[in-house]
Design a protein around this ligand. Sequence first.
Ligand code: NOJ
Length: 535
Amino acid sequence: MTTWWQQATVYQIYPRSFNDSNGDGIGDIPGIIQKLDYLKTLGIDIIWLSPVYNSPNDDNGYDIRDYYQIHSDFGTMADFDQLLEEVHRRGMKLVMDLVVNHTSDEHPWFEERPDFYIWRDQPNNWGSIFGGSAWEYDDSRGQYYLHLFSKKQPDLNWENPELRQAIYDMMHWWLQKGVDGFRMDVINFISKHPDLPDGENGDGSPYFMNGPRIHEFLREMHDNVLQHYDCVTVGEMPGTSPEDAQIYTNPDNHEVNMIFTFEHMDLDHAPDDKFNYQPLNLIDLKDNLEKWQHALHNKGWNSLYWNNHDQPRIVSRFGDDQTYRYESATMLATCLHMMQGTPYVYQGEEIGMTNVSFSSIDDYRDIETLNMYDEKRTVGIDEATVLDQIHHVSRDNARTPMQWSDDENAGFTTGTPWLAVNPNYQTINVKHDQNSEQSIYSYYQQLIAMRKQYDIVTNGDFTLLERDHPQLFAYTRNNGHENWTVYCNFSSDTITLTEIPNGEIMIHNYDDGILSNSQLRPYETIVLRNMKEVE
Ligand code: NOJ
């Protein structure tokens, strides 16, 4: 049976960068309300809101000081209630970010409930994901606390049942308010190996990813909270294999509905340094996505994404953001949205927003980027090399303000934006895109509508074609009644296939039909439908 979230398309809002209604340079909740019709018209079913809770913003809201309050940068709880009502009035749903692997060190628990955190007399050798040691000495306690992210993000102690109950109470509170689910931040980190052993070269991940009690904790969360609501959950889970995902997302296991894998996002950089980027080998990407498609078919559920607030922009990463921006943005969208799973669109993806190349480190804001810059410069790597890596990989690529128009600051704010707007906003913006003959937004609209209209997009099986072709990603979807073939040219070359079969064209990013000689032009994509003969 298909559930509502299996047929849905999700849109992620990074509130700080979406739309500023009061001119303080920071996006806010009233600003989001102003744009709900834009999302409804796109065809969006679910909005995922990155954190809007009270936070000192060491990691832009992923460091929560109070789970029950809205950050004043974003507005008030009354604004939030209005947002929820307006989202529901339009027939959409709202999913909150649930950040419960850690809090801010400014959360009152950090003072009042030391038993809610992880303390040791001696640190182990784990490194933090944002650089440096994962341990910080606390003078008043005379002990070290664990922080897998910044030192202002102490990890919570999920071994403590009272902590778990406090989290479940908070989740009930939001669900009773009417929110429709949670995107769970690094949720597969919450169970740590009790001994916290040293890791190889300081890598503690084998001892904190998918740890010994993770399934037990997720089931408990489900029994205690989630089963009481018609809600959707997606767990952000770095370091998770398709086999792990089968356990996490099998409906009989009562854990989460789907997870975000990182495997396909880890193919274009060195294993130990995400900033050390490398060209993508398309064959690796195909192998990987095929593996996930097969592993979860009828066994669990996939989420489908190219972009979020932590990833560089896909059109710059796997496409061509210059000559073939329209073609490659629409090709990438087709490739993703025609697979089985729930697709996620990240703000700006629907107009083909690109990476940014600020010339000075002073223009960057992201803690991960700033820490990495300091570390690499300290060991003597030259400025140009480090900046080049930042231009390709920094999370700020995704976080520059949404480009609404060619007005000053892209129509995002009348004030000074907290992070500079990408200078290309004069040509890449919503207004321009929507008035263009080649509108990426309209193309996304069509893809999203196809998912609603044709059951095969949700339920068909997946077969990879042309496995060894270095430039072509092609696959079929099949549901017993019909068969769809999806062709995606991942290159700026024209490629020649043995044959492109006949079929009804469901979507195509060149408007003059298929070439008669079975060629696919640069970044061309096409979906063909064939009905099965009734026997
Ligand atoms: C994953 C979030 O997506 C990222 O933005 C954040 O920095 C870390 N988790 C820590 O919360």
